[in-house]
Every structure is written in structure tokens, then in C-alpha cells.
Design a protein around this ligand. Sequence first.
Ligand code: FMN
Ligand code: SF4
Ligand code: SF4
Length: 251
Amino acid sequence: MTIFFFSATGNSLAVAKQFGGNLISIPQVINDSKTQYKDDVIGLVFPIYSTAPPKMVSGFLNKITLEADYTFAIGTYGNMDGACMYNVQKLAQKRGYRFDYANSLLMLDNYLPVFEIEAEIQKMPKKRVEEKTAKIAADIKNRIKLQAKASILMRALASILKVFTSALEGAKGYIVNSGCTKCGTCEKVCPAKNIEVKGKVHFGGHCEACLACVHLCPKNAIHLKNEKSGKRWRNPDVSLSELIKANNRLK
Ligand SMILES: Cc1cc2nc3c(=O)[nH]c(=O)nc-3n(C[C@H](O)[C@H](O)[C@H](O)COP(=O)(O)O)c2cc1C
Ligand code: SF4
Ligand code: SF4
């Protein structure tokens, strides 16, 4: 089994790890010339942004073809998944491959402009992540097929919400305060090679708005103008070094 994943704060990687198989980080292969992948089972795990996959995940889905007996796609999200999984299945179909099983998993919402992390942590027991992950893992093991559904309203909302994510892109909203020690962690956790630490922290113009740099700075020195939370999040089942290994493209 091969699982492709994208993860900024560890939720999606924590889930992918529970499914097992050979885990491949999408940022590490996004520029590869290889576009055809073959295995008995191929899966995809990623966070849902503005009820859609991250830009890089959409780019990946638009260039690959998958050859497998069974395929699945799981989107992790914190509040509303909208038409995301429906659209991912449609996109694969258009490209000539398929996802036999598409599902979403409610986890902690790391979107700082709207959510307060401490309050989100309090909601975790009600989200029953462990139980739902085990159910999805069993579905995958049993090769269950699942077609995601979405109302016309949710499909329309996906297009409208895209605007909100692009408001963050281009690093317009990031402030680095005097707590920064130039340690370079933000540079290493950025899946988009969008940060350079040289004298100071420089943001480029191709941000994915994933918030990995903001959540994972060891000094909590990166802030958003409109953040609702001073507290940060990294999934406790994933280490900082696992996220660096997954996202660092400057090695
Ligand atoms: C830019 C951005 C947009 C997001 N949009 C949504 C959304 O539309 N719906 C939702 O439920 N969660 C949304 N989230 C929350 C993430 O999908 C959720 O926290 C996810 O599990 C994070 O996965 P990761 O830890 O693997 O990066 C968003 C997060 C970010 C950073
Ligand atoms: S991770 Fe934080 S402390 Fe380290 S260089 Fe980046 S902003 Fe500075
Ligand atoms: S600059 Fe920060 S938010 Fe943008 S892609 Fe890199 S890590 Fe993610």
C-alpha cells in the first residue's frame, strides 16, 4: 500500500500513519517527472482548506494517474468539509483514474483566523477521532467503496470560499516578532519552499496558507494580524522532526 499525504500541523500525517503502508509526502514528489503510480492499494490523506484540497494537492491530483486494485482519499478537517471529497472524486474521474472510497475525518481545526486552539482542544473528546479513524481504517482494509455526496449549495460554497484562502496567500498576513532566534525551523517545515531565513525571515510569493510555519515555530514568533489564538497546535502523535522530514524541500 502506498499513501500520499500532505500535512502542516500533523493531523493528516497522524491519520496516514495509522493506515500503514509506504508513506510518501506530496511536497517531496510534487516536482518529480514521475506521474504514474502503481500498487495494490493507493491512498491519499490531506487537510481540507476552504472546503477544497490544498493547492499543492490539487496540483498533484491534476498531474498523476493511479493504477491500483483499490484507491481511497481521506480529507481531515476541523469544522466543515463541504463538497471537498465529492470534488476530489470528480477530479480523479476527469483525469481517468478513480477513488473507490472518499471520506472525511473531523479533527482539530488549526485555522487561526477563525478558531481558538485551546477551545478546539476542549472539543476533541466529542470529535471521537480515534474511533472514527479506526472505522475508516477498517473500511479500507475491507475494500469498502464510498461515493462522497455534496449538495449544490456546498459545491457553490467551495468556489466562494477559495477567495478567503487566497487572501492569506503571498504572506500578506505574517508578522515575525522579536522572539525569533533565526533557528530556521519555519524554513524547514514549509512545504512550498516559501521561506528563507537569512538575517531575517523572508516570505516568498507562493504560500500555500498551510500555517505550518505559524504553528510550528519553537518560539511562537510568527503571528497573523487576524489570529484568534495565541496558542499553537501540533498533533501530539506527530513529532516536529516528522513534519520537517515531510515538508523540508531545501535539503
Ligand atoms: C488555510 C486553511 C483553511 C482551512 N479550511 C478549512 C475548511 O474549510 N473546513 C474545515 O473544516 N477546516 C478547515 N481548516 C482546518 C484543517 O483542515 C484541519 O485542521 C486539518 O486537520 C489540518 O491538517 P494538518 O494538521 O494535517 O495540516 C483549514 C485550515 C487552514 C490552514
Ligand atoms: S521558526 Fe520561529 S524562531 Fe525559528 S527562524 Fe522561524 S520565526 Fe524565527
Ligand atoms: S509560508 Fe508558512 S503558511 Fe505559507 S506555505 Fe510556507 S509554511 Fe505554509
